[in-house]
Structure formats: C-alpha cells, structure tokens
Design a protein around this ligand. Structure first.
Ligand SMILES: NC(=O)c1ccc[n+]([C@@H]2O[C@H](COP(=O)([O-])OP(=O)(O)OC[C@H]3O[C@@H](n4cnc5c(N)ncnc54)[C@H](O)[C@@H]3O)[C@@H](O)[C@H]2O)c1
Length: 439
C-alpha cells in the first residue's frame, strides 16, 4: 500500500468517482481542482455527454468549474467501467432510495460493487459515500469485493466516508466541510483519510466504517426529528392563535441550548425524508423499534395534507370550495433557490389539490417543465412569475421560499395566499397586500 500512499501524496493517483450526481460531481471537481486526474463514471449516457462537452447539468454548480476541469484534461466523464482498473482510488456515490414500503434499496451499491469486483487489482482503495445503514460497507460491499480473490487490507482497502453536501449552500462546500472517514481496518482508514486530506480542509478519522455510517444517519435523524417537532408545534400553536414563527424567533434569542428549526409543507431532498428509515429498518432486524424516527416520519409526511386542509379552510372563508378553485403552487424545488425537486412536497400538494377537484398550476423558474418523477407525472409547465398571472388564481400556495417570489409587486392582484414559508411578513411589513394564511 506504500505505492498508493505515495501516489496520493504526489497527487499522481487516478481517482474514479462512480455516480456523477449531486454528490459525485462536486466531489470529482474538488479532486480535479486539487491536482488529481479524475474519471467520473455514470450509467446515464445523457449526463456523461453533457459533462464530456464541458457543460454542467446541475444549476447550483458553477459551469466554469466543469469547463476548466475538462479543458485542462484533469477530469473526464465516461460510462466505460473498464476504466475502473486504471484507478488507484474508487469512490462510490450512487443513489440509495427507498422502496415503496420504505425499505432500503441498496441495489445500486451492490451493482456498483460488482462492477468494481470484476476489475479489482492489488493496490486499490474503494470508498463508499452513499448514505446507508450501519454495517453495509463491511457486511455487503466487502463480500462482493472479496469475490475478486483479493484480500483486504493486504491487497485492497475499503472505507466509508459520508457525504455532507447541502445543495445550494455557499458557506460550506465539499471542500471546507469536515469529512468523516472510517475504514473496515486501520490501514483502510489511514489511506482513505490521506486521500481526502489531499483535497479537503479537514478530515476526521473514526474507529470503523460502521461509526461513520451511523454518524451520517444521526445527522439526518436529528434534522428529521427536530423538523417534525416544529411542524407539530405549528399545528398546535395555530389552534391557539399563536404564530409559531414568532415563537421560534423568540426562543432563538437564547444564546445556548437551543437551535432553531423551521416548519414547512413537508420534508424534501434526497436525504432527510429517506435516510432515517435506513436505520429503523435495520433496527427492526435486531428487534428494536426506532420510535422517534417513525413518529417524525408520520408527522412530517402528514404536512402536505395539512397544508391542503388549510387551503380548503381559507377558501371556505371566502365562500369558495376547493373543488373548482384555481390554485397556483409557488415552487417545485424542495428548498429555496435550487433546481432540486427530489421528494419535494409540492408534488403531493398538487396531486391532493387535483384529487379535490381544484384546477392546479405551478410556478417555478427553476423548472420550466415539470419533470416526471418516480412517483409523480402531472404533465404541467410552469406559469409565468408575473403579477397578471398570479392575479388569475383564487389562491396562491407558497411552497418554496425562492427569492423570485419575494417581491410585493408580484402580488398586486392576488386575493388569497397560503404561506408555508413565512415570506409575507417581510413583503408587507406595514400591512396591505392579499389576505395571508400561514400553514
Ligand atoms: N444530494 C445530497 O444532498 C446528498 C447529501 C448527502 C448524501 N447523499 C447521498 O449520496 C448518495 C448519492 O446521492 P446523489 O444526491 O448524488 O444522487 P444523484 O441521483 O444525484 O446521483 C447519483 C448518480 O449515480 C448514477 N448511477 C446510478 N447507478 C449507477 C451505477 N450502477 N453506476 C454508476 N452510476 C450510477 C445516476 O445516474 C446518478 O447520476 C446517496 O446515497 C445519497 O443519500 C446525498
């Protein structure tokens, strides 16, 4: 493994990153920018051809980074998995979705491990980054890699290092977010830490891959549970006529022992709505019940339905029914100012509104055409983000707090708004504007 260590140190190691999505692409670019040669592998030929042209298909990544990495020859994308045998380090960033019954789906990890095993050669390091339950790296990836006939740590190394990407965040990027690394043995930890240490600002070694796997889940469960807590408080305080947003602002003034979380129309993104269930599923295998995870999931997944109930109630006060009402949902992305719609609660709200007989549209400049997702296919196109368009609807439902929705003029002709993101108090600080119901 001395050869691998010195290739990492001299940055002559070839780094392969499997999966060029929200996690894998920025990671590949960070390695390329640190002076490594990088191969980005993906099964999606369309993504590979965009990246090969030096273009970027993820809006919040600066396209200039892809252009210059391709132009300098430090990065290239491919679907040719035979190139895996050229790589000194192979990092796996493939999806880990949930099945229809919320059961973990590690099939992408298994398929990728098999691709690597077929070509594994002595002196290689394999790192899993995909979020998964504790024990996956050692219990599922290792046995597949051992089918190569090679031994770990004598002939190859294996570690887990979770990704902490937060799409759209500017102050913490792949490069300056501390990176946890845990190998299935000490040599794997040490060499994987050296690899990441060559391009990231801070690497934190833990005693084993299973600790790193668990730490990632703790981070996401922490968010899911706390978001569920404020969502529940929102519903309770609303019944008491108290504004949860003002309560959070007040509690936030405590300089210790409190951390604000904000309510919303439901969880979105690739991580928080899905990852906690990887642990609850695994816990059941040991006869344990992850009650906080299940309860948070129940509350958070109820949120889109709660918002639609509030829309119906608000229309009722105008002597209108949801059936036949013209409803515009503002925002398809799961969070502000990004083009990521994965698990976005806007889809469920649009479907619930349609089911109730409303005429629905959406507005989101990040999605001119509504993508067909695994679960939803509504076949809509975004309407214009303009005052005369907004004025045509009986009610506007703010689902995403995009900056483009934060302009008072847009709502000049609007009558009723259901605001799940609390954007309206700042738009009309002195009062005025449409009737606003918080949800
Ligand atoms: N997006 C985030 O913010 C985030 C943050 C932390 C962790 N994660 C975790 O990172 C992992 C990847 O997430 P992502 O957001 O990058 O997903 P993504 O869907 O954006 O990207 C995954 C990529 O892998 C490709 N792919 C699928 N199967 C493949 C295979 N067999 N070989 C090669 N490529 C394959 C897909 O075409 C896609 O481009 C997941 O486990 C996720 O939970 C994501």
């Amino acid at each position: 493994m001395q050869v691998l260590a010195s290739r990492i140190q001299s940055r002559s190691a070839l780094v392969g990153v499997i999966g060029q999505g929200y996690v894998g692409l920025p990671l590949a670019l960070v390695f390329a920018e640190a002076g490594f040669r990088v191969v980005g592998f993906d099964v999606d030929a369309a993504k590979v051809s965009v990246l090969t042209r030096g273009e970027c298909y993820i809006k919040h990544i600066d396209p200039e980074r892809v252009r210059s990495a391709v132009a300098s020859g430090t990065y290239h994308a491919t679907s040719d998995f035979d190139r895996l045998s050229d790589c000194d380090a192979v990092i796996i960033c493939v999806p880990t979705p949930l099945g229809v019954h919320r059961e973990p789906d590690n099939s992408f990890i298994h398929a990728t491990a098999r691709q690597i095993a077929k070509r594994l050669r002595p002196g290689q390091l394999v790192v899993l980054e995909s979020t998964t339950y504790p024990g996956t790296t050692e219990g599922e990836v290792l046995p597949i890699l051992l089918e190569s006939g090679l031994k770990c740590p004598d002939e190859f190394l294996l570690a887990f290092s979770p990704e902490r990407e937060d799409p759209g965040r500017r102050n913490f990027t792949t490069k300056n977010t501390p990176k946890l690394v845990g190998g299935i043995n000490a040599t794997s930890t040490q060499i994987a830490a050296a690899l990441y240490g060559a391009c990231l600002e801070r690497v934190v070694e833990v005693s084993h891959a299973r600790v790193a796997e668990s730490a990632k889940l703790l981070e996401n469960i922490f968010r899911s549970v706390n978001i569920a807590l404020v969502n529940e408080l929102k519903m309770i305080l609303d019944r008491m006529g108290i504004d949860v947003w003002e309560v959070i602002r007040a509690a936030e003034t405590k300089p210790f022992g409190f951390m604000p979380f904000y309510p919303g129309p439901g969880l979105g993104g690739h991580c928080i709505p899905l990852d906690p269930f990887y642990l609850s599923w695994k816990a059941a295998e040991r006869g344990e019940w992850a009650r906080f995870i299940e309860l948070a999931g129940e509350i958070n997944s109820r949120m889109p339905r709660y918002v639609i109930e509030r829309v119906g109630h608000a229309l009722n006060q105008d002597s209108k029914a949801l059936k036949g009402a013209r409803v515009l949902v503002l925002g398809l992305a799961y969070k502000a100012n990004i083009d990521d719609d994965r698990e976005s609660p806007s889809y469920e709200m649009l479907e619930l509104l349609r089911e109730a007989g409303a005429h629905v549209d959406y507005c989101d400049p990040f999605f001119p055409v509504m993508p067909k997702t695994r679960k939803h296919d509504l076949g809509l196109r975004s309407v214009a983000c303009a005052p005369d368009t907004f004025a045509r609807y009986d009610v506007l439902v703010v689902s995403t707090g995009h900056d483009c929705f934060r302009s008072a003029e847009l709502y000049a002709g609007a009558r009723l708004v259901v605001d799940t993101r609390n954007i309206f108090p700042a738009l009309f600080p002195g009062g005025g504007g449409p009737r606003v119901v918080k949800a």
